[in-house]
Design a protein around this ligand. Structure first.
Ligand SMILES: [Zn+2]
Ligand SMILES: [Zn+2]
Length: 239
């Protein structure tokens, strides 16, 4: 097999195959090697011929270790199409009615070719050629997308496909933190509850019968403070 910038043709096919809502063709030396199930081989060949003709309109270029890569997102016959030359002989064509899906696919593949990792903040593993699951519709999407192109849901938290922990769409760790207001409210409630308890102990020591309402009140306030403390919100780790 010929040398590619730094992407494996089988890995590329596996990645494209796993994404919902796209059609794709992977070609090597001008011939289709892989194409999605909804396409005929003839369609794949025609698209490759078109991509070869359009080679000079590919606007993004980069030299990676002596091999040039070119890519762009354009409209061909009314369809949103992403074309990339990943090294001398490897062509990738992706099309979809969702433009943002193509951009995200291209971004992730170019990133992988460049050797830039998109890592999980928790397990550190490279996610650039992994798919994430939309928390709303369950479709498989490329990482980096903040609105699901297939159902329209806003995506801020997804699960790492490798360790399952919550991450942002850029791979950052998501941790659960207390809300500031809740912390203050919780601390006030807790202080009042401790006050009641201390008053109860002193009353008991002084031989006085501790009243039932006082006990109930301290119990309720204690429970409320626990509730206030337990309210946590997802926060993106900055480091
Ligand atoms: Zn969705
Ligand atoms: Zn992970």
């Amino acid at each position: 097999m010929s040398a590619h910038a730094s992407i494996d043709i089988d890995a590329l096919n596996k990645y494209l195959e796993s994404i919902d809502g796209i059609s794709y063709i992977v070609a090597e030396e001008g011939f289709p090697v892989y194409w999605s199930k909804d396409l005929e081989e003839d369609d794949a060949e025609k698209m490759i011929a078109l991509a070869v003709d359009l080679r000079n309109v590919l606007t993004n270029t980069m030299d990676i270790g002596g091999e040039e890569i070119y890519w762009t997102s354009i409209s061909i016959t009314g369809r949103n199409t992403g074309i990339a030359y990943l090294g001398a002989n490897l062509i990738m064509i992706v099309f979809s009615d969702k433009k943002e899906l193509i951009s995200a696919v291209l971004d992730n593949i170019v990133r992988a070719v460049k050797g830039e990792k998109l890592s999980c903040g928790w397990c550190g593993r490279d996610l650039s050629l992994r798919t994430i699951t939309c928390p709303s519709c369950g479709k498989k999407l490329p990482l980096g997308i903040s609105t699901c192109p297939l159902c329209g849901a806003k995506i801020s938290i997804v699960r790492c496909p490798l360790c399952g922990k919550p991450i942002s769409v850029t791979g950052r760790k998501i941790v659960l933190r207390r809300r500031k207001g809740d912390t203050v409210a919780g601390a006030v409630f807790l202080a009042v509850a401790i006050g009641f308890a201390v008053a109860g102990i002193f009353k008991a020591l002084a031989g006085e019968l501790v009243s039932l309402p006082l006990f109930l009140a301290s119990g309720i306030i204690g429970w409320m403070s626990m509730q206030a403390f337990s309210h946590k919100v997802p926060v993106e780790e900055k480091s």
